[in-house]
Design a binder for this molecule. Structure first.
Ligand SMILES: C[S@@+](CC[C@H](N)C(=O)[O-])C[C@H]1O[C@@H](n2cnc3c(N)ncnc32)[C@H](O)[C@@H]1O
Length: 259
């Protein structure tokens, strides 16, 4: 049996403008395109009737990964499509883990995409020009205390935050809790931005602070940006100026070093 190949493709955050040339080629050259329905729709302009399209449903990620691997192992050129970058809260990790567990896996390559944080950052200006952290607030695959421990770890560092999966219809208290923690650690005046549907038709930006943000405006189509300690408003833009980070009081560091 001939061997196929599986390409795990990041389609970017929305429209064709943010798709890489490699992602376009991977989808167009595939014999089989596998993906969650809305992601298949996101690349519909690239599809040809001769291609086989396998649309999956939410929550069937494991089955989708297996289907893509099976088809590639059977000799097909397969594109498994994800939004943004497939390696950022997308299909890449679980698919690679499953491939690694196979006795005779097909070749698998990952094609990078523009992740939502970068698309959102560009719309706002350059809020991630200094150090920043990317976190998901979803507790579907990770218990909540772990999400909270990680959030607190990076929040106290003062760097900017890009928060994915911030709130859904079913997950509402989590964002309330995160905002309360961030107000304690960062202060209510800290600038935040809600970037909805970056790169899509419904694209919209809301600016607020940790003290004034309305959680009801945050959905699963929102990337929540929390400015870092070097974040500044310059004209209409939110930017991070590395040189603006407050200096560290050396006394506690000296005390720590001498213990
Ligand atoms: C399961 S994650 C997928 C992330 C994706 N793999 C990426 O790299 O952007 C879904 C979350 O990403 C964020 N997101 C994805 N696309 C977005 C967009 N176009 N605009 C704003 N946020 C987006 C939202 O926070 C959403 O809840």
């Amino acid at each position: 049996m001939s061997r196929g190949v599986l390409l795990i493709v990041g389609l970017g955050p929305g429209g064709p403008d943010h798709r890489t040339a490699a992602a376009v080629r991977a989808v167009m050259e595939a014999e089989v395109v596998v993906g969650y329905g809305p992601y298949v729709d996101q690349c519909a302009d690239l599809l040809d009737p001769a291609q086989e399209v396998v649309r999956g449903a939410m929550g069937e990620e494991g089955a989708r990964a297996d289907e893509a691997l099976d088809r590639a192992a059977a000799g097909a050129v397969v594109a498994l499509v994800s939004s943004g970058d497939a390696g950022v809260y997308g299909m890449a990790a679980r698919t690679l883990a499953r491939a690694a567990s196979l006795a005779d896996p097909p070749r698998v390559d990952v094609v990078p995409g523009v992740t939502a944080a970068l698309a959102a950052g560009a719309l706002l200006g350059a809020p991630f020009a200094d150090d920043f952290a990317v976190l998901s607030l979803s507790d579907l695959h990770l218990e909540w205390p772990v999400v909270e421990r990680r959030l607190l770890g990076v929040a106290s560092s003062g760097i900017a935050l890009a928060l994915y999966n911030p709130r859904s219809k079913a997950r509402t208290w989590q964002l309330d809790r995160v905002l309360a923690l961030l107000v304690q650690v960062r202060g209510a005046a800290t600038a935040v931005a809600l970037v909805h549907d970056a790169g899509r038709e419904a694209e919209a930006i809301e600016r607020a602070t940790l003290g004034t943000i309305d959680p009801e405006h945050v959905t699963m189509r929102t990337l929540l940006v929390v400015a870092g300690e070097s974040g500044r408003d310059v004209g209409p833009w939110l930017v991070a100026l590395r040189e603006a980070a407050p200096p560290v009081d050396p006394a506690p560091l000296r005390a720590e070093a001498s213990t």
